[in-house]
Design a protein around this ligand. Sequence first.
Ligand code: HEM
Length: 457
Amino acid sequence: MARDTDSDTQANIGRRIVGSIFPRSPIPRTDADRRRTILEFLVLHMRPVRVRRSTVRYTHTFGLGGMSLVLIALLMASGILLMLAYDPSPEHAYRSILSLQDGMLFGATVRAVHHWSANILVAVVLFHLLRVFFTGAYHGPRRFNWVIGLGLLVGILASNFTGYLLPWDQLSYWAVTICTGMLGYVPGIGEWLQAFARGGAEIGRGTLVLFYSFHTTVVPVILIVLMAFHFWRVRKARGVVSPHPQDSQENDDSEMVLTLPNLLVRELAVGLTVVAVVMLLAALFEAPLGAPANPGMSPNPAKAPWYFMGFQELQIHLEPLIAVVILPVLGALGLILLPYLHFDHELSGPWFLSKTGRTTGALAAMVALVVTPLLILIDEFWLQQTGGAGWPAIGVIAAGITAFAVCLSKKFKPEKAEFVQALFILFLVGFAILTITGVWFRGPGMALAWPWIGAPA
Ligand code: HEM
């Protein structure tokens, strides 16, 4: 069985394989010859020659990491085109977007491609994180790559958020006002942080220039560096985690297949599907553009972008310090430290780890699905009428979570990884419900409303 331990051997194997797929022409330097050399250079110097058959199966990763890469490429290509037309000043930004949309050939389409790629990217990266988490692919040689991945997630959210302001319309102006306002709740340095994020005391020229520089230069450079590091770590861990737990990295005797064509063809199929979906959405739905920014009058309701909406919803129910400082910091710390917890058994490979993992996970999801909407309703229609939910409410929620954790441990005796997974699912489903409530079920004055009654102003 071929192993890619030595790069010299690997290059030779690679040459032989490519040679068998694209036989060398009897006349040297033909087009076929050149194509073969380019393919060999591009594919087999970045990828291993062989990969495990089980990891190529589409349902193992759903190609989510590759999709993220394709979306980033689409964003960069459409972003460069947008830069040719955009003017980053409060006086001209909005008008430059209007003239791009109305006066330039394919201007609206390029903007829509950028808009849809950016939003789909956030969703796809979150699903990729979940895939990695639920297959336990954050142990051993993949530990640090999990942390790099978190850096990528922060970069993508930062890129999305800084781009959100650029059209300088009511939607973007007030969304950025709300989100940067949340920073003000950080004890001690809140005001300083808020002024830093706004590039001044108020949202204005300084904010736009700061966001534009971050969006077009700082964040893309960081993303490119982190992505290179991320891919290199996947390669160093000898590919993605195997769905069969018995295939340890050191003693791997599972069946291997050639990267070219087995993996490459699947990656191409995923990549082309993503491009097709984005193009279709861009052709059917334009990127939104509200009225020009008016610092004197906020829309009602004024909402954060959808990926931060869970925090805005939390802020309605809990003390701002808890909702936008303590809980996010605890969540971020939990995610960073996750691979470094001392697990008795580093369960990884199959989806949801094991049978116990699947049962406890399903139970946690059901509890969150029932309890979160109930808590939202109790707070909205009862506690807020009688003075609002404060620290005591947090105490009750913490006691509930502790009781759930104790019952889970006693009944199922899960491994540490299964236990952590169940708690993760509890918080994940709870946060998803908060986000859905904020995005679709909040109307004027941020009161609960049916989505089909009272569309946002
Ligand atoms: C720009 C964003 C990202 C890109 C382009 C990206 C790309 C990739 C690719 C191509 C792979 C290998 C194949 C696959 O799993 O689909 C991968 C694996 C991995 N990614 Fe990401 N990723 C990104 C963000 C993240 C995030 C947010 C996390 C988690 C915090 C993460 C953690 C990992 C880990 C631990 C692996 C190894 C998984 C395994 O061995 O099974 N990545 N990534």
